[in-house]
Design a binder for this molecule. Structure first.
Ligand code: GLA
Length: 503
């Protein structure tokens, strides 16, 4: 090789080098993905090799760059593993890339998404255009004081019934129905838009609603004109759980936007943020960042933390400015799912009290998947748990039975009792659980839950309420009163009895 050629080859670092081990692989370079399933939204793959050593990453809209672990070429195919999330059985997943017709065919899996997409070879400058912009989390500051939600928040949310198919017209209709049914006057105050309202960011990074929400300010004005309050939804990740634009990198800006639009409530859902914030410290700081941003707007917000009960959220939810925090994954409209949450995953009662509540998720009452007895158990459990009461059905289709269940004054009063104690099981006997919740006036709410598949009968005793004697009994559901506890209560299969007793 001539001296000139040798120098040029060395400078370029190309395979003209005398050492074959330094040859680049066919995968080296930048590959752009233009059409890819929205989740996780692969935008780019970068591969660099030096000798036997290969490194690379796959950039996604949901999780930013996903690093290639143990990349190696076998039989001409690039194999690697990638960090997986949320799947304890598969903390990593196998991925592969093969060159097909000059394109890189990428196959892999992350959480619940399968990827099989083709990328085209491109230039290094495209890599900087599509590079994910990381933002640093600020440190924790002083606990954010809360003056609102002295009792558990009540209202309605779009998710359980409408999923992401929610629009301005439906939200207005829900506000109208909240008033015309009497639900507002029964105490339900918030009309909350869950996931699915988001559009794109403008040139200044300000998030715009999508076409289904033409004018957010007009919408909040409308809801306020009905004597109601209104909520919105986001995530600290780049993408929300349904794949919409999240607040990653725009936390302060988004808080300001919600305040300017006139919102009163934010549900902040970890979603794709779990890729970036995967331990107690970072999850907490990511909630603090938004809590502080909401506080900085000067507008009063209810701040609802939705991270599925991880990292003992109840022990720090108040410090980051939260008034309620989810204790579990999502509820569904069936008895087993509801009962699992309501009985066993409704959060540590020690953390609940005025201005901070365990949130076992929104109500399914009225959605049709449970029997009347099962819905009565659902409502009784939530009331005994001092849980937020966020309805989740189409309010325009509230049957008289559903309305009676949702507006029962005594049941709501148990939930909303000013003492703010989360009730809990005091006795378990076979399939039956007896729960007690002390009330501010010295009386005690008692519930008998039959988790079994056949009707049963069982007494309640003064000791269940921690009282020496009981001389006043009020049935929470029927309103009937008596001056002593009966010999036994019959409780239907999967049903509940709830009474308020006093000495
Ligand atoms: C998560 C939450 C739900 C709902 C959806 C929206 O699953 O837990 O309550 O907000 O996201 O995508």
């Amino acid at each position: 090789m001539s001296r000139a050629l040798f120098t040029a080859a060395a400078l370029l670092g190309t395979c003209l080098s005398a050492t074959p081990a330094l040859a680049k692989t066919a995968y080296d370079g930048v590959w752009l993905f233009d059409e890819t399933p929205p989740r996780p939204g692969v935008t780019m793959m970068e591969v660099k090799s030096k000798g036997d050593h290969i490194e690379g990453s796959v950039t996604t809209l949901w999780y930013g760059p996903v690093e290639m672990q143990n990349p190696r070429i076998e039989d001409g195919v690039l194999h690697f593993t990638a960090r997986n999330i949320n799947d304890k059985a598969h903390p990593t997943q196998n991925w592969s890339v093969a060159i097909e017709d000059g394109q890189a065919r990428l196959k892999g899996r992350i959480w619940e998404s399968d990827i099989d997409s083709k990328g085209r070879k491109s230039k290094a400058k495209d890599a900087s255009e599509r590079a994910f912009k990381f933002t640093a989390l600020p440190p924790l500051g002083a606990p954010i004081p809360s003056k609102i939600a002295a009792t558990p928040p009540m209202g309605w949310s779009s998710w359980n019934k409408f999923d992401e198919h929610i629009d301005d017209k439906t939200v207005r209709a829900m506000a109208d129905a909240m008033v015309s049914t009497g639900l507002r006057d029964a105490g339900y105050l918030y009309v909350n838009i869950d996931d699915g309202w988001q559009g794109q960011r403008d040139a200044n990074g300000v998030l715009q609603p999508n076409a289904k929400f033409p004018d957010m300010k007009a919408l909040t004005d409308y809801v306020h004109s009905k004597g109601l309050k209104i909520g919105i939804y986001s995530s600290q990740g780049p993408r929300t759980c349904a794949g919409y634009e999240g607040s990653y990198g725009h936390v302060q800006q988004d808080a300001k936007t919600y305040a300017e639009w006139g919102f009163d409530y934010l549900k902040y859902d970890l979603c794709s943020g779990e890729w970036f914030y995967a331990d107690a410290d970072t999850v907490k700081r990511s909630y603090y960042e938004m809590g502080a941003a909401l506080q900085a707007t000067g507008r009063e917000f209810i701040y609802s933390l939705c991270e599925y009960g991880r990292f003992d959220v109840g022990s720090w939810g108040r410090d980051v400015g939260g008034q309620l925090w989810r204790t579990t994954g999502d509820i569904t409209d069936d008895y087993p799912a509801m009962a699992k949450i309501g009985f066993d995953k409704n959060g540590n009662p020690d953390w609940a009290g005025p201005h901070g509540w365990n949130d076992p998720d929104m109500l399914e009452v009225g959605n049709g998947g449970m029997s009347a007895d099962e819905y009565r158990t659902h409502m009784s459990l939530w009331a005994m748990s001092a849980a937020p009461l966020m309805m989740g059905h189409d309010l325009r289709e509230t049957s008289p039975e559903t309305l009676a269940m949702l507006t029962n004054k005594r049941v709501i009063a148990i939930d909303q009792d000013a003492k703010g104690v989360q009730g809990k099981a005091v006795r378990k006997q076979g399939a039956v659980e007896v729960w007690a919740k002390p009330l501010v006036d010295g009386r005690v709410a008692l519930a008998l839950f039959n988790r079994g598949e056949t009707a049963t009968s069982l007494p309640l005793t003064p000791a269940d309420a921690g009282l020496a004697k009981v001389s006043r009994v009020e049935d929470a559901w029927s309103g009937e009163t008596a001056n002593r506890l009966p010999a036994a209560y019959s409780v239907p299969a999967r049903g509940a009895v709830m009474v308020i007793v006093g000495s």
